[in-house]
Design a protein around this ligand. Structure first.
Ligand SMILES: *Cc1c(COP(=O)(O)O)cnc(C)c1O
Length: 418
């Protein structure tokens, strides 16, 4: 479900015509729907209601303040991966007791800041990190909770660059080492070992990889119990897939039905970390046609948005639906949709059948709410585009377009060159 639908031949976000936003802010831009975010969050909440999990939105997928505020108001916590994300979470008044911190490379400063903020727990990804958190806890006279991010060594059927749960990847700690950590917990007197964490990958559309990983985890928890270790939390990560093209992903309810029996058996407080599932289809990227180029062999629809604005096609070969904002009966032809960046990887689609549009026409790149704006860059000295937030018939600029001044803020020529 999402709220980007055609009414009287033109694309709307909820009750706002995309055309009206383009008129006000220019192109390109991202636009997010409040209602879609609420709907997706509520679907997970309802599906898991019987175990009342802590739902920590994976902020790396979309950290726009309007999105975060919407989620905080629904009772969400956050899964963070940096001190920047922690500060944004606190800015929207997130409850620190609903914040979990994962990352293979947490710095001393990040660990200390999160500890002082009183987050729920650290998801620890290596032995040296465990020692580092213990050392900082001693210095700060704290006893933070930690969960071990285990690498269950299961493969998730998804793109190579978004698989995380096998031992060929940098994430998590293998089960044998983890068992050793719990046995030798006295080596870390300033830590409270309170949970286990897994996150096996992203855009996973079937339940089997989750079931495999959780089954392994439950058996492992039994072994830990046998060793005399009692845990409090089981954090099963994110990774739920969405529809980009013709996927038939499990619904939140299918997912819950599949994993709830295992989670109930474990009897621990469950943490979920959905990202893409909540925001993926809650945002689109809107761009404008600049030129139609035909080199005899191929046609190229050249638009004003580029890979610096939305890198998923270039980075993951990701498919995004592309639709003209105004319905048209124009002849359809196969073409590449490309941006202005000086890279062959700068494309949104290859050989896509689209109507032959004209200069100035608007195109919507769908399902761009997750890993879209957050991965954008200033490559080719292009300012980041604005993020627009829609609720009902209202829209506002949540984050403005970057100006040239923003782009060179603080940059200067060294005195010795003058
Ligand atoms: C990226 C990430 C998530 C969110 O993944 P989605 O596929 O967007 O749901 C959750 N947990 C961790 C640890 C992550 O790195």
């Amino acid at each position: 479900m999402h709220d980007f639908l055609f009414k009287k031949g033109e694309l709307y976000c909820e009750d706002v015509p995309i055309r009206a936003i383009a008129q006000k802010v220019g192109t390109p831009f991202y636009v997010y729907s409040h209602h879609t975010i609420v709907d997706h969050f509520t679907k997970i909440q309802k599906a898991f209601a019987q175990i009342d999990p802590i739902i920590c939105f994976a902020m790396k997928s979309n950290s726009n303040l309007a999105v975060l505020k919407t989620l905080v108001d629904l009772g969400a916590g956050f899964d963070i991966v940096s001190v920047g994300e922690l500060k944004k979470a606190l800015l929207v008044k997130a409850d620190p007791k609903k914040i979990v911190f994962a990352s293979v490379g947490k710095t001393e400063e990040e660990i200390a800041t999160a500890m002082k903020a009183g987050i729920l727990f650290f998801n620890v990804e290596s032995l040296p990190e465990l020692a580092e958190i213990n050392r900082i806890a001693k210095r700060l006279r704290k006893k933070p909770k930690v969960a071990i991010r285990v690498n269950p060594d299961v493969s998730a059927v998804t793109h190579e660059k978004i698989t995380t749960g096998t031992l060929r990847k940098k994430f998590g700690i293998d089960l044998k080492t983890t068992r050793g950590i719990f046995k030798n917990r006295r080596k870390y007197p300033n830590l409270e070992f309170s949970g286990l964490h897994i996150h096996i990958g992203s855009q996973i559309v079937t339940k089997e990889p989750f079931i495999n990983a959780i089954q392994k985890l439950i058996e492992f928890i039994e072994r830990l119990r046998h060793d005399g270790t009692q845990l409090e939390y089981l954090d099963i990560g994110g990774g739920l897939g969405i529809i980009y093209k013709d996927e038939k992903p499990q619904t939140a309810q299918d997912f819950a039905n599949a994993v709830l029996p295992y989670l109930e058996k474990a009897g621990l407080k469950v943490v979920l970390e959905p990202g893409r599932f909540i925001v993926g289809n809650a945002g689109i990227f809107v761009t404008r046609v600049l030129y139609l180029k035909d080199n005899g062999l191929k046609k190229f629809l050249i638009v004003d948005g580029g890979m610096n604005d939305l890198i998923r096609p270039a980075l993951y070969d990701a498919y995004h639906e592309i639709v003209p904002v105004k319905e048209t009966k124009a002849l359809r032809k196969k073409m590449d949709v490309v941006g202005p960046i000086c890279e062959s990887g700068d494309f949104f689609a290859h050989d896509r059948e689209l109507p032959v549009l004209k200069k100035g026409d608007l195109l919507a790149i769908m399902s761009a709410g997750a890993y879209g704006y957050v991965m954008s860059s200033n490559y080719n000295i292009r300012g980041r585009v604005p993020e627009i937030f829609v609720k009902g018939n209202q829209f506002e600029i949540s984050k403005p377009r970057e100006s040239f001044k923003d782009l060179i803020r603080g940059e200067r020529i060294p005195t010795f060159l003058n």
